[in-house]
Design a binder for this molecule. Structure first.
Ligand code: NAD
Length: 383
């Protein structure tokens, strides 16, 4: 695949232990005077909201600290109305992918209200309300111009994705100190989410040299650092390496299309309410096997980084061995390995397969998916 085409976004990325201390100077450069903070309860409990308050002072005019998983439409409407009332000029997402997604949803909604047409934009231009992202998990949303939102009024509820160049975080502050108290289960599941970004970027139909380079490097960082972070969360060196891996994984995903794996995770998250990292952990080995025949060459560097002796195996066998390594790693980190363990009912698998089949990402899967029955078979294997 020699031809490629992608849109890269202008972002300022600041990485390093203690970098959150640079938040004041960065919002100063943005010229922001009326800032909103989107975060979740456990981040307030951990004292991070107080840190934001002391850094931002009177510039922090709105705090929305109740963000629930999977960005629910009702909450996004509430947060956007709150933001509009406070006339904010920047929004900070602090936490995992959900608060970061909420910050993007608020920026998107305010943009849409102020400039109804043309919308959405694909090329970066000055956003009305810039997003600042401070991630505390490995989900990678800080590097993308996309957010997922769950339409809770539909029966069953349905998660969709929204893309717009204007919502890509203009400033990303990575501070590994903020991840030191991320509990082992969330370390593990959001770490596997980062690994999934690499796998889907490596075999993406729209991959390009930069996405591939970022993904391969990310897998190396994650394979080495994730088990250490899981076992010894306070190890700052391992946390730093893992956050670099998550950054590279997010970068690899930022400008390529995702496939079946992500489509399925959105159905499982939005409709069955499975936490995103857990859905990723269960589905990833199955998605790798499903795509192995068509994508073995692209996945070989990932297989090698995961410890597979690729020189001793055929490419397809190496990818299957890598899928088994991921499955084993998920088990070693005591995450659920089966959909039946997380409350998914066998009777719903057929409907979930139908929903996924209608999802755009499934049609971008490297192995063409021609009917919902193929997806149902994958789901049954994962159940
Ligand atoms: P999350 O944001 O829902 O957070 C999960 C839990 O982790 C929450 O209870 C939160 O309070 C807690 N938490 C976060 N940081 C913590 C810390 N440092 N210490 C203690 N607790 C902490 O979960 P997530 O897996 O980070 O993100 C998943 C969401 O992000 C999904 O909605 C998914 O669709 C989205 N996502 C989007 C992209 C994108 O590119 N737009 C990429 C990946 C994920």
């Amino acid at each position: 695949m020699e031809d490629f085409h992608y849109v890269a976004y202008a972002q300022e990325v600041i990485f390093g232990p203690g970098s959150v201390g640079r938040l004041g100077e960065t919002v100063e450069r943005l010229g922001a005077q009326r800032i909103m903070l989107c975060t979740s309860r456990s981040l307030r409990a951990g004292g991070y909201v107080a840190t934001m308050e002391s850094i931002l002072g009177s510039r922090l005019v709105a705090i929305f600290d109740e963000v629930l998983p999977h960005v629910q439409d009702v909450q996004a409407e509430e947060a956007s109305a709150f933001a509009e009332g406070k006339q904010i000029d920047a929004v900070i997402g602090l936490g995992g992918g959900s608060p970061l997604g909420m910050a993007k949803a608020v920026a998107y909604e305010l943009e849409k209200r102020a400039r109804p047409l043309p919308h959405p934009s694909t090329l970066a231009s000055q956003p009305l309300v810039p997003v600042v992202a401070i991630p505390t998990t490995y989900a990678g949303s800080e590097m993308t111009a996309v957010f997922g939102i769950t339409h809770t009024r539909e029966k069953p509820p349905r998660k969709i994705t929204v893309s717009d160049a204007k919502i890509v975080p203009k400033i990303v502050l990575y501070d590994p100190n903020l991840t030191l108290d991320l509990p082992p289960a969330l370390t593990a599941s959001t770490g596997i989410n980062a690994l999934a970004h690499c796998i889907e970027a490596l075999y993406s139909r729209t991959r390009h040299p930069l996405s591939t380079a970022a993904a391969v490097s990310a897998v190396r960082h994650i394979a080495e650092a994730l088990p250490v972070c899981y076992a010894q969360g306070s190890d700052l060196d391992a946390r730093t390496q893992m956050l670099i891996g998550a950054h590279l994984a997010g970068r690899s995903l930022a400008d390529v299309t995702m496939g079946l794996h992500h489509g399925l995770c959105h159905v499982l998250g939005g409709t069955a309410n499975v936490p995103h990292g857990i859905a990723n952990s269960i589905i990833l080995p199955h998605a790798m096997r499903f795509n192995a025949e068509m994508t073995a060459q692209q996945l070989l560097p990932a297989a090698e980084a995961l410890g597979v002796r690729v020189e001793e195996l055929s490419p397809v066998a190496a990818v299957e061995a890598a899928a088994q390594k991921v499955f084993d790693l998920v088990g070693q980190m005591k995450l659920p390995q089966h959909l039946r363990d997380v409350g998914v009912r066998e009777a719903d698998l057929s409907e979930f397969a139908q929903m996924a089949f209608r999802n755009r990402t499934v049609h971008n899967n490297p192995r063409p998916v021609t009917d919902a029955g193929e997806i149902e078979r994958l789901l049954r294997a994962a159940w």
